[in-house]
Design a protein around this ligand. Sequence first.
Ligand code: SAH
Length: 344
Amino acid sequence: MIHLLDRPFETLPTWLAERGVPAYRAGQVTTWLFKRRADGFDEMTDLPQTLRAELAEAFAIWTTTVAAHQRADDGTEKMLVELADGQRVECVLLRDDRHHRTVCLSTQVGCAMGCAFCASGMDGLVRNLTSGEILEQLLRLQQLLGPDERLSHIVVMGMGEPLANLDGLLPALAVAASPEGLGISARRITLSTVGLPGGIERLAREGVPYHLAVSLHAADDRLRTELIPSNRGTGVRALVAATDAYFEATGRRVTFEYVLLAGVNDRVEDADALVGLLRGRPALVNLIPFNPVDELPYRTPGSADVARFADRLARSGLTVKTRYRKGDRIDAACGQLRRRRQST
Ligand code: SAH
C-alpha cells in the first residue's frame, strides 16, 4: 500500500492518471483530507463508489495509531503516536486566547544531538520520520479541533533535530503551507534547530521564508559544547554567520532560543556574553526556563532570576520574550511523555 500522506500532491495525480481517472478527482481527495478532515475514503461522498473502493485498496491514509492522548485544563492536548514499526513520537496542540492554534511536531524518533538538558536525546537516535508520518501528526491534531477552530501555526519543536531530517520534513511542510493543503503561511511555521550550519544554508537556498529558531543556550563555545555536544564541530561564530546568511536570503529575523539553567548559564556574565554576540543583529531572543526532567541534575531558575536575565538583555537593545509554559502537567515538553510511557 502507498502511504497517501507521503507526497500526496505527486503520488495521487500520477496514480489517477495511470487509470484514466480525470485529474480533478485528486483535488477532491485532498480537499476531503486537508480541509474537511476526513478519516477515510468512505466519507468522500462526491467520488464514485468504485473509485473510493479502489483508492482504499491502493492507499493507506493512516499508518499510525494513537497510543495515548491527554488534555490539560488550558486546552493543550498531547498525543503519543505509535508508528507502524511500534516506535512512538509525541505531538502537541496548543490553544491560546488569541485564537491561535499551534501544533508542535516531531521529526525523528529519538535524537542524535545529545543535548545535556533534553529528554528526547537521552537514548540516541532511532530513525528519521517519513514525510507522511510528519504530516500524519498534523492531521491527527487537526482532527481534535472543533468546527470553528483552524490550525494557525506550526512549530517544529518536538522530538528530533529538524535539520537532520530535511528530506522528510520539507515535503510535509510544503503540503502544510500550500493553499491546496492546510494553507498555513510559511511565516507561521517555525523550525527550531540545534544549529547545523549546513542545514541552515540549505534552508536559505530553498528560499521558503520559514521562521528559523536556533537553540543557542550559551554564547561561548566552552559552555555551549558542554550543553550541546554538536557544537564541537561547529562553534558559535560559524553558527551565527549561517543565521546572518539566512536573514540575508529570506529577510526573516532569526530567533535565538536560550534555555535558562540555574547556576549554569543564567548569570550576569552569561547575559553580557549573549549581548556581545548578538548586538547589532536583528535578533529575537526567546528565554525558556528549564522544564525539569526527572533523571537530570539541572534546576529551573527562580522567576526573579529569569526577569533579571531578560532585563539585562532588553536594556542592551535585544528583543526578548520569555516563553510561556503550557502543558507541563501533561508532560507536553521535550520527549517526556514518551519516556514516561517507556518506563511504565
Ligand atoms: N532539536 C531542536 C528542537 C528541540 S525542542 C532544537 O534543538 O532546537 C525545542 C527547544 O526546547 C530547543 O531549544 C531545546 O533546546 C529546548 N529544550 C529541550 N529540553 C528542554 C527542557 N528540558 N527544558 C526547556 N527547554 C528544553
